[in-house]
Design a protein around this ligand. Structure first.
Ligand code: SF4
Length: 326
């Protein structure tokens, strides 16, 4: 193995040390489903060496470094309290048992299992720069990272089978707005709110304003959620696609609403999307089940109507708060 020479700032050679390799495997790959074995050096008392003046020798042994058993994958009822406690103590180097263990198993469009431990006391390094806040995320048994970002998505009723009943109520959307802003002010996380952050990007970013979407068929859609197009990238250049009636309608229509809590031509201004699709003669580019713009927009009419007064009040308050700060 070749490794870069050490510098004043970085000691790369430590990655050739056994203890460092073991540490990395245990940190990032403790739960992958096959054994990671390594020949490790150990010390033991020499056979026959006197008790009062023992002699020691070094020997090598092949050891499995990873535990391979993600405790959160096991049924909660089959895991003993002592097992949770041991896992917590080993993982977080705490000598005390956790005050509470919460095991979550969620199945749906996102499926995950989670274990939350509430420590019984404040971590000893809580006020030091070494304290690592946030969650640990494992995918296929590999530690991906701690949590540094939250991206909160809004349900999109896109597709013939998508039902409008899953759209958030005005109270739920307002709650999300307030919660994410609370996280921003109080947590070391970069939190993004998919449908309530238009104020930071000047409204809808689709239609080539800041991005567009090209599907597997080559259809140039204004947005990953708006499957209506009059251009295919296999037939025209990107520039010509951007000059097409559908994209130009987006270009001229933005912002679709001066209220940055109502940015979308589908969700909050469905009449705008109906008009753009009809005027451009755009067709559905949904590859599985083409949905008419009328079918899609009709699902958003009531939602837009209900959200509008709440959004107006919230936006007024946002503007007033900004004015006060200035
Ligand atoms: S069309 Fe709607 S979902 Fe797409 S970028 Fe614009 S506001 Fe967002």
């Amino acid at each position: 193995m070749h490794i870069r020479p050490d510098t004043d700032d970085e000691k790369f050679s430590e990655f050739l040390e056994g203890w460092r390799v073991q540490e990395l495997v245990r940190k990032y790959s403790d739960y992958i489903r096959f054994p990671i074995r390594m020949e490790v050096s150990k010390t033991r008392k020499k056979e026959g060496s006197p008790e009062g003046n023992p002699e020691y020798e070094t020997y090598s042994e092949v050891e499995t470094l990873n535990s391979m058993i993600p405790i959160w994958q096991r049924q909660k009822s089959k895991v003993k309290k002592e097992e949770y406690d041991k896992f917590y103590r080993d993982k977080f180097s705490d000598y005390a048992e956790p005050q509470r263990v919460i095991a979550v198993s969620a199945e749906g469009s996102v499926t995950y299992k989670a274990l939350l431990f509430i420590p019984s006391q404040q971590p000893f390094n809580y006020y030091s720069k070494d304290f690592e806040a946030g969650l640990q995320l494992y995918s296929n048994g590999v530690l991906i990272m701690g949590a540094y970002f939250i991206w909160y998505f809004h349900y999109m009723p896109v597709g013939n089978d998508a039902v409008p009943e899953l759209l958030p109520t005005p109270e739920q959307r307002k709650g999300t707005y307030e919660r994410i802003r609370h996280f921003r002010a109080s947590k070391p996380l970069f939190a993004m709110d998919f449908q309530n952050d238009a104020e930071y990007v000047g409204g809808c970013i689709a239609g080539g304003h800041r991005y567009l979407h090209i599907n597997a068929n080559g259809d140039v859609d204004p947005c990953v959620f708006i499957h209506y197009s009059d251009s295919n990238i296999r037939e025209k250049s990107l520039l010509d696609a951007l000059r097409s009636p559908m994209m130009m309608a987006y270009h001229r229509g933005q912002p679709f609403n001066k209220n940055m809590l109502r940015p979308c031509p589908m969700l909050e201004n469905p009449q705008r999307l109906r008009e753009m699709v009809a005027n451009a003669g755009a067709h559905s580019t949904d590859l599985q089940s083409p949905e008419s713009a009328e079918h899609l927009c009709a699902k958003c009419d009531r939602y837009a109507e209900n959200w509008a007064p709440v959004a107006e009040k919230l936006w007024e308050e946002t503007l007033a708060a900004k004015a006060n700060k200035a």
